[in-house]
Design a binder for this molecule. Structure first.
Ligand SMILES: C[S@@+](CC[C@H](N)C(=O)[O-])C[C@H]1O[C@@H](n2cnc3c(N)ncnc32)[C@H](O)[C@@H]1O
Length: 268
């Protein structure tokens, strides 16, 4: 394994994002080129397999830091009581729960995910924390959001857009369902800024994570795909260009923990 070659070159990262429809046929599952249909099918199987241990593995692999990233990112969104919020690729609902606390009983939070098992795995947590009514789960594809134009004051997508086959289409959908002036939060993994930190992070990602994935979650493959998908994902400036290209304005970003995670904020 050559650690210094793991992070994909800008051209390769950008190709599936920025090319017009002709190149949209290009998709990757981790480092492996696959057809778009195959990517979606594999993604669903992947989260079927990890759903029961998803929350526990996140906390273990990140030493609990992902909770702090999520709290800070949702705080940056500036939610107020009564707001309508959409959590795209919401999974087990961590971001939806944080948003529900901020928008209160007068607000509305929709947890939107393609995988019913991921949603089901999070329901006990959501019920225990909110009594169940505060977050409404909906199964659906981020590439075709089943909501009317301008329905939300805020849209969030946390550690999910990386998994969507047609990322550009999904961002265009998020833009469509936001009201004018509404805000987008995209929280994703990214490349650490310091080279020595990146080296240690790469070692941890490719030597430790798959082993823990195999021993604890029973899937080495799932926790090999995770670090691979991070290394093929656009860097902050590249993602900002994509967001502007689909119509967002005031795009800004903030790195967490040396850039391991990055929160992008933008407005419709
Ligand atoms: C890594 S999990 C993130 C879950 C949650 N947002 C979090 O921060 O913990 C990614 C989620 O994206 C969902 N997903 C992947 N592709 C999707 C799509 N096309 N439409 C909707 N959800 C999708 C998966 O089912 C999974 O639950």
């Amino acid at each position: 394994m050559r650690l210094f070659r793991l992070w994909w070159h800008a051209d390769r990262r950008r190709r599936p994002l920025e090319e017009p429809s002709g190149r949209e046929g290009e998709a990757y599952f981790g480092f492996e080129p696959v057809s778009p249909a195959e990517k979606t099918a594999r993604m669903i199987r992947h989260f079927d397999a990890v759903a029961p241990v998803y929350d526990a593995m996140n906390t273990l692999l990140s030493f609990g830091i992902h909770h702090a990233w999520k709290r800070q990112a949702v705080r940056m969104l500036g939610l107020r009581p009564g707001m309508r919020v959409l959590d795209v690729c919401g999974g087990t609902g961590d971001l939806a729960l944080l948003a529900a606390r901020r928008v209160g009983p007068a607000g509305r939070v929709l947890l939107y995910d393609i995988n019913p098992r991921m949603i089901a795995a999070g329901l006990p947590k959501l019920r225990a924390a909110t009594g169940g009514a505060a977050v409404r789960p909906v199964v659906g594809n981020a590439e075709e959001i089943a909501c009317r134009e301008g329905a939300f004051d805020a849209v969030m997508v946390g550690f999910g857009i990386r998994n969507v086959t047609r990322m550009r289409r999904a961002f265009a959908e998020m833009h469509r369902v936001l009201r004018p002036g509404g805000r987008l939060l995209c929280l994703e993994f990214s490349r650490p800024r310091w080279a020595w930190f990146r080296f240690l992070y790469d070692l941890y990602s490719f030597r430790v994570m798959p082993v823990l994935g195999e021993r604890i979650a029973g899937s080495r493959q799932a926790y090999t795909h995770l670090p691979e998908s991070i290394r093929t994902f656009p860097l902050p400036g590249e993602l900002a260009r994509l967001l502007r290209a689909v119509g967002f304005r005031d795009v800004a970003w903030r790195p967490f923990t040396n850039g391991i995670a990055v929160a992008h904020l933008a407005a419709r």
